[in-house]
Every structure is written in C-alpha cells, then in structure tokens.
Design a protein around this ligand. Structure first.
Ligand code: PSU
Ligand code: MN
Length: 309
C-alpha cells in the first residue's frame, strides 16, 4: 500500500501533539470551485490558529495521503477525483485512482494511524425514502466501529434526520450537543429532535471522549456543533427547500453515491447560494472546535497520567 504521511503530521504523531483530521469529499464533491479549496485551506488555518496540527486526508494516484499539502489539494481537484467511501479504498489504491475521502474513509484512515479528532461538515446518514431505497450512508457503520471524536453540524439536512438519530442510537454512537440541546440540521442551527446530552465546553467534550476510551467502547463520539447563527438558515425554510429538491431527485433517477452531491448542488441553486455560505461557515467553525477538543484531550491525558503516579 502506498501511504504518504506528511512530515508535519508524522512529527505531531511522534510527539503526540494535538492533531485534527479533515476530509476531502467535501472539497471534491460537496462544494463548487473555487469555494472548495478556499474552504479546505480555511479549515486548516482554523485548526492551526487554535494550536493544533491539521491533517487533510485524500487519495492521489493510488497513494493514501495523511496531510495533503496545498499543492496536493490543488492536484486532487484537477484530476477528476472520485468520491471514496471506505469500501472504495481497496480498489482506488490498487488501481491508482485519485479521490476525496468521505467521513467514513477519513475517520477510518485517521484512526488507523493514531489521530483522535476529526472535523467535517455534516455526517452522512439515513436518506429520505430509505425504507424503499436502502440508502444509508456507510458513514454510520464506520462511526459505530471507530473510536474517534467527530465534530459535525449534525447530519446533512437532505437526510431523514429522525431515522438517522434512531440509527445512531441503535448502533450505540454517543452524541453530544455543543451548547445545544437539539440535533443541528446542518445548514439550520436547530431541529425539533432532542439530543441525549449537552456540553458547554471543549473540555467537557474531551472528558466524554476519555470516558468512552476508559469504558472500552468502539464507537465514535459525535459532537454536534450548530452552524453559527449569522450564517444559518431557519429550519422551517430549509425543510421547504429540501422537500423541493427531494421531489426533483426522485424524478431524476439519481442513485447511490451520486445522491448527496446532486442534492447539495440543487439546494445551493434554490437558496441563491445561502447553503454554500452556511456550509463554509460551519466547516470552519467545526475545524476550530475540533482543534480545541484535541488540545483538551492532550491536556487532560497528561493530567490523568500525573494523577496515576
Ligand atoms: N458534508 C458536506 N458535504 C459533503 C459531505 C458531507 O458538507 O459533500 C460528504 C461527506 O464526505 C460524507 C458524504 O461522508 O458526503 C456522505 O455521502 P453518502 O451519503 O453517499 O455516504
Ligand atoms: Mn448513499
């Protein structure tokens, strides 16, 4: 397997410095150019400003890369990249493909190489109409089996949020609201669906991650961070737009992994770009909070080692 870990990420791993993994499916398939690269760079900058090391993950010509450079990110979008879920990785690495890694693939690779915190926009989940289509994101399976901390603005609003929450409960995935008691609806800061727990600080979120580890649980800890109020779209208005787009998609016979990118694109058109502004704002905010949590994990871990002596 061709694996490239950047010098900076390697040094941070060796010295156990706080690291934050970042995905690239949002860059290759979630956001249009030039907003995509701009946002990828802004997320890295937010992680650095908070004092952690960013590790953007992707696949370039069959090599899994942890810590893509700015040049490599540009190359990735130029190469007609594919969208790589976890199950797509073996073929992509064998055949020399290039692609953006989803939450599933990124969380898996990050954890595999020792990174404990990961920031994304919104996780994949149970799609509307899943009772007929069986369309449930591979993200949920990976979250159930990957002990990492994921910061997201909930699940993407195009999904069936209620079914997604049920699935998360069934799979035993701990959820925390960061300064919210309701599951955020990605572009909307709020939803009618209550969360099982709420924290006010990054330190509390880090504590919960450490408790998960001490309990020996295998699931990810999902920290739900609402889109900043100034950039959010009110829930009711957002749901109307989502209804419209869902009806269109059903008519267009889009299926499989094309569904998410197609819906996100149409939503941006319908809302006159407001979903794009919200998406960018929440991605940067999630990167910042993830870095804060990574720093707290680092701090609290060293404290508990001191206490043990
Ligand atoms: N969040 C975004 N834009 C995206 C995605 C998430 O703001 O494009 C991507 C993520 O990479 C997520 C994937 O893992 O969509 C889920 O796709 P699917 O439903 O096909 O599993
Ligand atoms: Mn799907």
């Amino acid at each position: 397997m061709k694996l490239k870990i950047s010098r900076e990420v390697m040094a941070a791993l060796r010295e156990k410095q706080p690291l934050v993994a970042l995905e690239t499916a949002v860059i290759t398939h979630g956001l249009p150019a030039p907003l995509n690269l701009e946002t990828g760079m802004a997320m890295e900058a937010a992680v650095r400003a908070a004092g952690a090391v960013p590790c953007t993950v992707g696949v370039l010509q069959g090599a899994a890369i942890l810590g893509l450079s700015a040049r490599e990110m540009e190359e990735l979008v130029r190469q007609k990249p594919v969208k790589l879920g976890l199950r797509d990785l073996p073929a992509a690495l064998a055949l020399g493909q290039s692609g953006g890694t989803t939450v599933a693939a990124t969380a898996y690779l990050a954890r595999r190489f020792g990174i404990k915190v990961f920031a994304t926009g919104g996780i994949g989940g149970v799609h509307r109409g899943a009772t007929a289509t069986f369309d449930i994101s591979g993200d949920l399976q990976v979250l159930a089996h990957t002990p990492i901390t994921v910061v997201a603005a909930g699940a993407k609003a195009i999904l069936d949020l209620k079914l997604t929450l049920e699935y998360l409960e069934t799979m035993g995935i701990p959820l925390l609201g960061y300064r919210t008691s309701h599951f955020p609806a990605f572009y909307a800061p709020d939803s009618p669906y209550p969360l099982p727990a709420r924290v006010e600080t990054a330190a509390e979120a880090a504590q919960a991650a450490l408790m998960r580890d001490e309990l020996g649980l295998a699931a990810a800890l999902l920290v739900c961070n609402p889109v900043p109020a100034a950039s959010g779209i009110p829930y009711v208005e957002l749901m109307e737009a989502v209804e419209t787009v869902s009806r269109e998609i059903t008519g267009r016979k889009v299926a499989g992994k094309e569904v998410t990118p197609a819906m996100l694109k149409r939503l941006a058109e319908i809302t006159g770009g407001r979903t794009l502004a919200a998406n960018q704002a929440l991605l940067i905010e999630n990167a910042r909070l993830a870095a804060e949590i990574a720093l707290e994990l680092y701090k609290q871990k060293s404290e508990s080692t001191v206490n043990a002596k």
